[in-house]
Design a protein around this ligand. Structure first.
Ligand SMILES: [Cu+2]
Length: 464
């Protein structure tokens, strides 16, 4: 949608609130209903989406300005709309475990929320799926929320919202993901003896897109030499972590999970766990026709990419493999703090029970599956150091609802100043974050891979 004087959004429309909404009408309306997604001309899939599309519209909100969102559920399944990365109360967080109300089948629910903090947030179904791959995050119920505020991304000529996505999930014994890229030196949490029981089925996919189009079927992102692109990436996958590159270009990372980083850095590729966002600035200095997409050839060729075309250039889109350097959050941080660490610590240990849920694996937090009744009780106003020890052979994107955490250590490497809501804990690795318990009410802590969450990989944090 072209907008005079602001960024062009070639791949997604935006919903803006009317300047003076009519009495009784919500600022935004989201309608949950069946949709068709035309990934390419010969591949149209059926799923559930918002407002007739998947992803749903980019919702633009202003930090601190209360809004109402009317959600109308045209399906026969109770639904939950979660506002990922927002600091809002449990009643509107869209999470059954926290006691948020469902949007009833063929019913509606009006959210009243105050958007914040500023930056790239997103909304998605938080319904459980279990062994039904047509529910929850496996559907097309996802979209960006961009909260405008004091963040200054600098000058740019185009702003793009790109959601990475896989479709048509199936249960499989073999996984194709980029977890090796989470790097693993040292393997601080590798158990001395490994459970060698045969693994249960995980979820895979063979069809991918950026937003709603497979590589080659969207209109190219059209650029001119000398332009600067601001790209908001979201990994909206229910399943997998992903690495992305733009052939011929470096990307300057300016924000992680929507929060500006202390030390922006230009990198050859970016890595996003399921649920994570990365904002980058790209200088268009290398005329040609290029592919922006997954660094995995098979996944890129199965749809996860989009063409970037300079004005006046006409040729086959080119791909160049970027150097294989491990993804490291800490390069965007600042030197570790020398002040004393928070006195209160929370220990979490993640383990997989291969085949622990019949055909599937089950997952333990501190030796047990959900629920945890009394294990995690927070004192309001207290700052905590949270240790996440991953004693499994998968990387897990861990998310804590309604709070922001500051990265202090990744696999033994100290840092400060990187503020996130989701962190990929490398396999057999460790992540340590600090956070302040300043959001009373229940808060869900979980792996953002839908199947892992459904089969035990979650815990409730509660306030005393
Ligand atoms: Cu997981």
């Amino acid at each position: 949608m072209a907008q005079a004087g602001t960024a062009r959004l070639p791949l997604l429309g935006q919903l803006k609130p009317p300047s003076s909404p009519p009495q009784g009408k919500a600022d935004y309306t989201l309608r949950i209903s069946p949709v068709s997604v035309e990934l390419d001309r010969s591949h149209i899939i059926s799923t559930i989406g918002y407002n007739g599309t998947a992803p749903g519209p980019v919702l633009r909100m202003r930090e601190g300005k209360p809004v109402s969102v009317e959600v109308i559920n045209d399906t026969d399944t109770p639904e939950l709309v979660h506002w990922h990365g927002m600091l809002i109360p449990p009643e509107v967080d869209g999470t059954q475990e926290e006691g948020s109300p469902y949007v009833p089948p063929h019913g509606r629910y009006r959210f009243q929320l105050t958007p914040g903090p500023a930056g790239s947030r997103w909304y998605h179904s938080h319904a459980m799926a279990m062994d039904d791959l047509h529910k929850g995050a496996f559907t097309g119920q996802f979209g960006f929320v961009y909260v405008d505020g004091a963040n200054d991304p600098g000058r740019y000529d185009q702003e793009l919202f790109l959601a990475l996505r896989d479709w048509e999930p199936f249960f499989t014994a073999t996984m194709e993901d980029d977890d090796d890229d989470t790097h693993n030196d040292p393997v601080l949490e590798k158990p001395a003896t490994l459970n060698t029981d045969p693994n249960g089925l995980e979820v895979g996919s063979m069809t991918y897109s950026i937003n709603d189009k497979a590589l080659g079927s969207a209109e190219p992102i059209r650029v001119r030499e000398g332009q600067r692109l601001l790209i908001h990436f979201l990994n909206a996958s229910a399943i997998e972590n992903r690495r992305i590159a733009l052939a011929g270009h470096k990307m300057r990372v300016i924000a992680l999970d929507g929060n500006p980083v202390p030390t922006p850095q230009a990198v050859d590729s970016i890595f996003l766990g399921a649920g994570e966002r990365v904002d980058v600035i790209v200088e268009m200095t290398h005329p040609g026709v290029w592919i922006l997409g997954s660094t995995e050839k098979m996944i890129r060729e199965a749809g996860l990419g989009v063409v970037v075309e300079y004005a006046g250039q006409h040729r086959q889109p080119q791909w160049i493999d970027p150097p294989r350097s491990p993804w490291d959050y800490t390069i965007f941080g600042q030197p570790a703090s020398t002040s004393p660490p928070p006195e209160k610590t929370i220990e979490t240990i993640f383990e997989k029970i291969p085949g622990g849920a019949g055909r599937f694996n089950s997952w333990l937090v501190n030796g047990k599956s959900y629920p945890h009744e009394s294990e995690f009780v927070l004192q309001k106003g207290t700052r905590y150091r949270l240790f996440m020890r991953n004693r499994s052979d998968d990387a897990h994107p861990m998310h804590l609802h309604r709070h922001l955490w500051e990265l202090v250590e990744m696999n033994g490497k100290k840092t400060a100043g990187v503020i996130k809501d989701t962190v990929v804990v490398p396999y057999y690795g460790r992540a340590v974050v600090d956070f302040t318990a300043d959001q009373p009410g229940l808060s869900l802590f979980h792996c953002h891979i839908q199947q892992h969450m459904d089969y035990g990989f979650k815990a409730l944090f509660r306030y005393a």
